[in-house]
Ligand binder design. Sequence first.
Ligand SMILES: Cc1cc2nc3c(=O)[nH]c(=O)nc-3n(C[C@H](O)[C@H](O)[C@H](O)COP(=O)(O)O)c2cc1C
Length: 329
Amino acid sequence: MPRIRLYMAPMKGLTDHLFRSAFADHFGGFDLAVAPFITTKQGHRIKRNYVKDVLPENNTRMPVIPQILSKTAGDFIILANYLYDLGYDTVNWNLGCPYPMVANKKRGSGMLPYTDRIQAFLDRVIPEINGSLSIKMRLGWKENIDIFKLLPVIDPYPLSQIIIHPRTGLQRYEGPVDLDAFEDCLAVTGHTVVYNGDIRTVDDFRRLYQRFDRVHAWMIGRWCIADPFLPGRITTGADIPDKIYRMQLFHDTLFEAYNRVLDGPSHVMNKMKGFWRYFSLPFEDCKKSMKNITKSRLPEQYLERVNLFFETEAKLRKPADIHAQRTRQ
Ligand SMILES: Cc1cc2nc3c(=O)[nH]c(=O)nc-3n(C[C@H](O)[C@H](O)[C@H](O)COP(=O)(O)O)c2cc1C
């Protein structure tokens, strides 16, 4: 059986270098992470602080592929070459971001309908960058048709991989992933393909793995925050004891790390509250506890409520319940 390769998905505001390092220390299971996107800056010299999240000294615990969001070839080349100079051999181009502020400006998934622009971008970028390029994309902006026009056009370019999230930009992160369309993509591309989308349990993974044997690697986003044991369970098959306690330790590591770098308690609290949207997913009936946690105003109160949750209230749902919930969505 070929080795299973797992990638941590980029999630802006969540999977930054502090999260990635803490994750590697507490759980492991990933081969690498694609870092959340960095936007290009028109006509600016790149400063180290601008790419802080992907500086090699901040990424000693897990291999990383930096990601760029841009529609302008010249700006992309400058930033990509800066990243190759830092030691990266691959940079990823974001053609998946669904947010209207991005997509309406023909960036991210909003660029997908414009095959000619993508072709012109690659024609200009590929000869001028000092390393390899991968692309993360969706099926289209508003319709799947975009990817089927695009794949034959990008086939001749020397891309290291394409990562496909089989939804449209319009769908954002909701609604079913279109696995039939993903299968059709595999049939028409010669590129190495990474699958991404809705891997929530080991059973989800197994079904995908059995159906798509041509997939090179598997990317997990939201559910590696919700169930950080998932990558390890997929690759080793082993279940881990004391899950809730380990999640608490991970939470505390993150809290301390953000306390060290963020400016003031309210920023730290906001950051941590952002994680709870996903931390809460694997727990049963936790609405009231979540309300208490997200309403806390001072760090002491926040920590007290978090500890109360982990130590007395938290009860993990069974994988079957997670599937049942999805079927109802
Ligand atoms: C809050 C949030 C931030 C995201 N940020 C990025 C990003 O910076 N770059 C990117 O390519 N995808 C981004 N994504 C998309 C994820 O990488 C991934 O494609 C998506 O969550 C589907 O995978 P999942 O079902 O395993 O979560 C983001 C998703 C979310 C929910």
